[in-house]
Design a protein around this ligand. Structure first.
Ligand SMILES: Cc1ncc(C[n+]2csc(CCOP(=O)(O)OP(=O)(O)O)c2C)c(N)n1
Length: 440
């Protein structure tokens, strides 16, 4: 059979008759297409180059949308979109009324749930799977989750539940060792162990999940073999796949975080065009650096979003006091209340949209105990280029209803700098949220 061209693919059925060699040729074509397309529109290029082969293999082995594929966060779905007939929409990515930045059900029948905040896939898949079980269906539900998003608390709540299921549910862990930056913590340590297959098998096996692994996540033949084995194997199952972010994009490894998401770029040099030099985020990050230098009791915490919050300089200079807790917004808050209870001045750098995850912890742990926790919240309000699910438009309405919380919204960069310095070099007594928008 002739290899289907990217533009001719209408549904995953179009690749079912291909040989592995033909699928490999298709993967190469998709890789070229994504680089050229994202160079013009911007996009999550690095994350997507890491899952081309995995996505092809999944659509080859399973029958979407009957078998439901749930993408965690859903920034990595470009190949899924091509295989479900949407190649022609790529020029509209990141534009008004264009192809959605993250999965939206209204766009396509193969898009099972809306997403964009990490860590929801396993929970939803457990529900989808339980519903299928109740209807007497033996179709499969597959949650695809990255090692970064797997750190989210909800993912573990769901894994705990998944272990009790009898239905056809599979969790595919796309392990590239990265969140936006390098992944951190115990899971990252386990996954990078030289004996990771054996250790993870014990770990997931002990939880009651049937563990399979594939160390060659860019080898379509092997991936198909693993997925077929798991398709007919015991449930619930985990397939742990090693992949590489930015795979085969020359130079991506030198600045991998840029290649998680990139604004439009030159595909040869990877250079991006002009970006604004002075944003509120940058001003806040610089002011934070200044106060951390002066006061060694300040500890900065951030949940896997170092670049949005401009904490790179703090990370470099004060690595012991600048702490990435991974994609764990709720833990970030309670960790900081623990620090505050023992006399440390904690600052949590949140991206407004993701702070929503920690709403209860802000009320129950910071506000009720009236602790001097400081929230520095970037991308408050409209987050234009980031898209509708990433707006920080709910922060003011909900924060205003919390007891004891002071809220500061600077009218300009001078006020932003002043409040950070006054607050953190003084003796803070109550919780405070300092909010600032995306652009200057
Ligand atoms: C709750 C939440 N926190 C933070 C983010 C920002 N974010 C988007 S993708 C990402 C990294 C995801 O890493 P992983 O799941 O391993 O996927 P990869 O990009 O490595 O394929 C982060 C931190 C988010 N989308 N949702």
């Amino acid at each position: 059979m002739a290899i289907p061209t990217i533009q001719s693919i209408k549904s995953p059925r179009d690749i079912k008759g291909c040989t592995v060699a033909e699928l490999e040729a298709l993967a190469a074509e998709i890789r070229r297409f994504l680089i050229e397309s994202c160079a013009k529109t911007g996009g999550h290029i690095g994350a997507n180059l890491g899952v081309i082969e995995l996505t092809i293999a999944m659509h080859y082995v399973f029958d979407s949308p009957k078998d439901q594929i749930v993408w965690d966060t859903s920034h990595q779905v470009y190949t899924h979109r091509i295989l479900t007939g949407r190649a022609s929409m790529f020029p509209t990515l990141n534009s008004l009324h264009g192809m959605a930045r993250f999965v939206r059900r209204e766009e396509n029948i193969h898009d099972i749930m809306d997403a964009s905040h990490g860590g929801t896939s396993i929970s939803t898949a457990v529900g989808l799977s339980k519903a299928k079980e109740m209807m007497g269906s033996n179709e499969t539900v597959i949650a695809v989750i990255g090692d970064g998003s797997l750190v989210e608390g909800m993912a573990w709540e769901a894994l705990n539940h998944a272990a009790t299921l009898k239905s056809n549910m599979i969790i595919v862990i796309n392990d590239n060792g990265m969140a936006i930056a390098k992944n951190v913590g115990g899971i990252a340590k386990l996954f990078s162990n030289t004996n990771w297959q054996q250790k993870c098998s014990q770990f997931f096996g002990a939880l009651g999940l049937n563990y399979f692994s594939e160390s060659e996540g860019h080898n379509i033949g092997r991936l198909i073999g693993s997925l077929k084995k798991i398709k007919d194997g015991p449930r619930p199952a985990v397939l742990h796949v090693k992949t590489e972010k930015g795979h085969k994009l020359k130079g991506a490894q030198e600045h991998p975080y840029k290649m998680h998401f990139s604004p439009p770029f030159d595909p040869w040099t990877l250079k991006v065009g002009k970006t604004p030099k002075v944003t509120y985020g940058k001003i806040a990050g610089d002011a934070l650096y200044d106060v951390m230098k002066e006061d060694t009791s300040i500890v900065t915490i951030f949940p896997a979003t170092p670049y949005a919050s401009y904490v790179e300089r703090c990370l470099e200079e004060f690595p012991d006091r600048t702490i990435d807790v991974g994609m764990a917004e709720q833990h970030a808050l309670c960790f900081s209340t623990g620090l505050a209870l023992n006399g440390i001045k904690p600052v949590i750098c949140y991206q407004a949209t993701f702070m929503q995850r920690a709403m209860d912890q802000i009320i129950h742990d910071a506000c009720f105990m009236d602790l001097p926790v400081t929230l520095m919240v970037v991308r408050s309000g409209f987050a234009g280029y980031d898209g509708p699910t990433h707006h920080g438009i709910f922060d003011l309405p909900y924060l205003r209803s919390f007891p004891n919380l002071k809220i500061f919204y600077p009218k300009d960069r001078f006020e932003l700098r002043r409040i950070i310095k006054e607050r953190l070099l003084g003796k803070p007594k109550h919780p405070m949220a300092i909010l600032y928008p995306y652009e200057p």
